[in-house]
Design a binder for this molecule. Sequence first.
Ligand SMILES: [Fe+2]
Length: 608
Amino acid sequence: MKNQYVLGISAFYHDSAACLLRDGEIVAAVSEERLTRKKGDPDFPRRAVDYCLGVAGIDVSDVSAVGFYDKPLLKFERILETYLGVVPRGFRSFLMAGPLWIKDKLYIDKQLKTALGYKGEILYSEHHESHAASAFFPSPFAEAAILTMDGVGEWATASIGAGRGNDIEILEELHWPDSIGLLYSAFTYYTGFKVNSGEYKVMGLAPYGEPKYVDLILRELMDLREDGSFRLNQKYFNYLTGLTMTNGNFNELFGGPPRMPESLLTQKEMDLARSVQEVCEEIMLRMARTAHKKTGAENLCMAGGVALNCVGNGRLLREGPFKNLWIQPAAGDAGGALGVAQLIHYRHLGNARVVVPGRDSMKGAYLGPAFTVDEIEAFLTATGAAYRRLEEPTLLDSVAQLLAEEKIVGWFDGRMEFGPRALGARSILGDPRSPRMQAQMNIKIKFREGFRPFAPSVLRERVADYFELDGDSPYMLLVAPVQEHRRVPLTAAQHELWGIDKLNVPRSDIPAVTHIDYSARIQTVSRDTSPRYYDLIKAFERRTGCGVVVNTSFNVRGEPIVCTPGDAYRCFMRTNIDALVLGPFLLEKNAQPEWKEDLEWQKEFQLD
Ligand SMILES: [Fe+2]
């Protein structure tokens, strides 16, 4: 029998992506940015589509259906009505958004068909429906409540839904301009970080601050209701009408203009971060309670950019009404490509959904490009890199030894992850026991702010030894406290230290992955989904007794996560990473030839 293929696409906003299903199985999924090397690339995902079709060995004419992750006309309607409703204040932002929308987004159907060379009909789902589908269908649950939260799609900014068998139903929506994502982004902007990517930094900064502004936010900026819905007081925001997120009233309320990007962080930004984080958690908790009331379900699935708020997710799991929580690893808009494809497969094509209890269908999120041993070796030979091919046990043991010597190792293995987190396929690793590791990795490797925490990858069976969590967190989307007995209390003198200085005081016996408030953003690693990564941590455990490694994404600040051996080697050579593993090959920095930019091989080995 012929296979049934469905292609999902998300594009033209930020983080374009493509995903291919074969008879419902997720065959491939990748963000365009990883292939073009343009961070958050919003263009039509040409390379991502070609990659997905290539994995299946098919042509676009073999595809049964193509889906797009939102409805451009509805989105245009929102922009237009916003504009009409607030003339003349809206004029500026409309002029900025207008031509682009009209040219690219209204004629999207034609554009997609032409770009794809596809003759069939293209199907559209609503933005939050795509998020909801990406949250429920790959989950390990036959039935679940669904919560989606982001900045904005067409009109919806959050939704509550229910998933059962092979369908989902949206029960409630919160609409623009009342948006938890935009509220968070407003504070991201005000504290001097980049909207759409700096939200993670605000979350990381929050534990250094006090929740001083919570009352002010709840009193002045919003009207938060018991059910989690709210209205934002537009008097303080500028995203409806202007090019910035906040306005003069906002500045007045919080005592000054926004922090200039890259300028020194002060206690005020930390207190603001902590405050908006707490408000965000409160909204998440209330929405989750409402979802529970409406569905009676014991499982919750989540997606949408706000579902990347792993501190909030951790609280939901601990304090919320649900027994089980599953979060789509590609929770942002890239995941919409996967959501719309699955919605088509189940709802439109009417296929049955088979759930394996306790196991999701994301394949560990390892859904992107992989490279054969021959391809890697051809690359290494062409670059003149110094490398050794090692037998597996020797390789793992050598890496474990390097880590134990406080060396930093680039780890490149198998298919690249789909979604923003590195999960042991494109990761930089370190020893979590080292008190110097956090500062070293931030400054010498990632070239980023020193306050940012690192995440632990822990052997699944040992997670409760280290953390107050006794369950799966395969996608690094849950934050939980480090176990009490591993913590090191602060002395009175250390308590007096100012914000970031506290960072240099070890907080536990795994200080490199213990945040200032004793929390950690956990990835549990199981042998069935991540066999080689698991074996590596096991080798490190055999050598040191420690079942945890530091795992951070393989890239530098401002760059997408590496995809190819060439990307990895370049990142390795440009930073202070000490050793690099590419499949079965081990490369040590001090053995490499001198690094020169723009060599011939860099052109030859670019993906196109
Ligand atoms: Fe979204």
